[in-house]
Design a protein. Sequence first.
Length: 726
Amino acid sequence: MTPIEQRQAAAELETLAAQIAHHNRLYHTDDTPEVSDAEYDALVRRNAELEQQFPHLIREDSPSGIVGAAPAAHLAKVRHRQPMLSLENAFSDAEVAEFVARIRRFLSLPADAEVALTAEPKIDGLSCSLRYEKGVLVLAATRGDGTTGEDVTLNARTIQDIPQTLCSGEGRSVAGQRPALRASPEHVIPDVFEVRGEVYMSKEDFAALNARLLAEADDPEKARQFANPRNAAAGSLRQKDPAITAARPLRFYAHGWGETSALPGETQFDVMQAISAWGIPIALDLVRSADPAEILAHYRAIEAKRADLGFDIDGVVYKVDRLDLQARLGFVSRAPRWALAHKFPAEKAETLLEAIDIQVGRTGKLTPVARLKPVSVGGVTVTNATLHNADEIARLGVRPGDRVRIQRAGDVIPQVLENLTPDADLPAYEFPTRCPECDSEAVREEGEVDIRCTGGLICPAQRVERLRHFVSRHALDIEGLGITNIESFFRDGLVQSPADIFTLTKEALLARERWAEISAQNLIDAIGAKRRPPLDRFLFALGIRHVGEVTARDLARRYRSWAGFEEVIGRAIAARVDLPQALAESDEKHRQRRNAAAAAAIETSGIGGEVAGALCDFFEEPHNRAVLADLFAAGLVPDDLVWETKQSPVTGKTLVFTGSLETLSRDEAKAQAEKLGAKVSGSVSAKTDMVIAGPGAGSKLKKAQDLGVEVITEPEWNALVTDATT
C-alpha cells in the first residue's frame, strides 16, 4: 500500500467517524434521522472495511467502539448494570462462515468442532431493557449510549406486550408465529431478571397512526408525520407524557437478557423459551442449529418473506447457543464476540446530482456533500451523500447535473457508487481553493488527502464548530447551549472562546431578545454544573485532532488526574524535542521517529505515534495553552477520573503471555486479563509484573527469569481467573 493510499484511508476514516457520530445522535437521541438504516450501515460497513485493510489507522474515536448515543435530556438517566451493546454486522455467507471460524480460533476448538447457533429475525425497533425483581417490573430503560439509558418505566407499563408481573402460564410470541409455551419447573422466575428486546410498531399500525395524526391536525400541511415505523416507535416510547405513549400502538419482543440472579437454562435457546413461558413475546422463527447450511437457509427463508411481514426487519441475528461458550468469548469494545447480525443486501437507486456543497469542520477540513434529487431507496427518501474529499470527486468524475447510482448498504449514509453520465457535456467540478466561510486559502498539506482552510481561529466555521464540540453531548454536555445559541452568541461577540462560556452572566443574557429570568438562570445554572467535568470528557472537549472519546477515556484512566496527564505530556514533548535528526534522514522519517518517542513516553495502550504527535502539537501551540489558562482562570477544574475495575491479584499490573496456550487462545487470555484490571504487554521489561508461560516459551521466559519477574503456568493462570470471578 502506498503512502498516498494510507493517507486517503486515514482521511476517510476521520470523515466517517464524524458522520457516524452525527447520525448516531440524530437516530438514537433526537429520533430525527437524516438517512436510512441502510445508508447508515453503509457508512459503518465502509469504516469496517478500511479498518480491516489498515488496522494501524484505526482511530480512538472509531465508530466500531461506540454504541448508540447519549440519552435525551428530558428523560431521567439510568445506568445499566451491564452494558447494552451493539452487534457486529455481516453482509455475505463468507462473513458468516468467518464468524464461526473466528469463534473456533478464539476458543481453540478443532476446525470441525460443532458450534450450535440460534437464529432469529432482527426487528427494526428501539432497544429497551425491562428489569423484573421477584417477577415484578420495576424499571424500563432505553439503550442510550450503551452505558446510560433513559428511564421509560411509566411509558413501558402502557405497552400490552410488556407484563407488569411475570407469569407461569402460557408463553407468547410475535404475531402468534410460535406455539404457546407453558412454564415448566425449570422456568422458575429468578429474583432479578433483566429482559432485553425491541419496542416496535407494526406497518399497519404505523400507517394508521400517521393517518390519525393527519386527520387531527388543524393544518394538514403542518401535521406531524413519522418517517417510518422505527421512528414512530422511538418517538412514542420516549414521550414525557405516558398518556401519549398509551395512545400509540406499541409492541415488544425479547431477544436476550442483561443482569440476572440466575439463568433458567444453559443455552440461549432454552433461556428464550423460559422468557416466553413467563409471558413475554419472543421473536418469531427462532431456531437452533449446528449446521451452517441450515442456518443460512433459515436466513434466506426469512429474507424471502420480509416484504410480507407485518413489521420491519433488516436482517437475521446469530448467537452462540451455549452460554458457557458465550462467557468465554466475552466482548469487544462495542459488541459481543458470540453474536452477529447478518444484514440483508444493499439496495441501490439512480438519481440526479443537483449540487456539491462544501462544509467546513472544526479542524478546517473541507468536506464535499452531494445534494441529490430526492429518491426512494427501500422505502427511505435519500437527499444527500458524502463525497469524502476532492480525490473521491475526481475518481468518480461527478459534476452537478450528472446522473449517479447510490447505495444504501445495511442502513448507513448514502454512498455514491458511480457516475452514470461521465460523457455528458458538463463542466468539470473545480474544488474550491479558498474557504467558503472566511475566504482564507484552502490547501492540501504534504502527506494529506484532505484540503483544509488555513484560516484557523479567524475562520468562523472552525471557531463555531470548536465551540459546539466543546459543549456537545459527549464533551461537557452543557444543556441549553445548542447550535442556535452557540452561533448566536458567537455572532454577537458574547462567546468567542470556551472560557467565555464560564464568564457569561445572567445580566448579559437578559439584555438579549427572547431571554427571560427563568431561561437565563437555567443556562447559568447548567454552565455552573459543568465547572468540574470528568477528565475524559474534558480531554475530548478540547478537540485535539485524533483524540476521540475512546482515546480521551484511555488517557484519563491511565493518568487519572489533569496533573498526571499534564506531566506525561511534558515528558512526551521533551522526548521528541530532544531527538536529533540523523544524517540522510528525511523530514518525514524524522517526524515518525519523534512521534514514536512521544508515544513511548505517553505509554498508554492504543496510542501510537500519530495520536501522540497530535497531542504534542496541541500542547506546544501557545494559543492552546492560553485557552487552557483562560479556562482554569474562569474556574473550570477537571475532576480526577475514578475508574472501577474488578479487583483481583493482577489489578493494575502489567502481564505478558508467552509460549503456547493449550486451554484458551491468546485473545481470550488478554480479554480475561483486561477484565481483571490488568494491562497486557507484548514484551518483557523491568516494568513487567507477571509472565504467564505456556509450553515452548523462549526468550521472554528467560528474560523474565533474569529480571526476577514472577512467572506462573497456564493452569495457575486459569485458577487465578476462576478465583477472581467467583
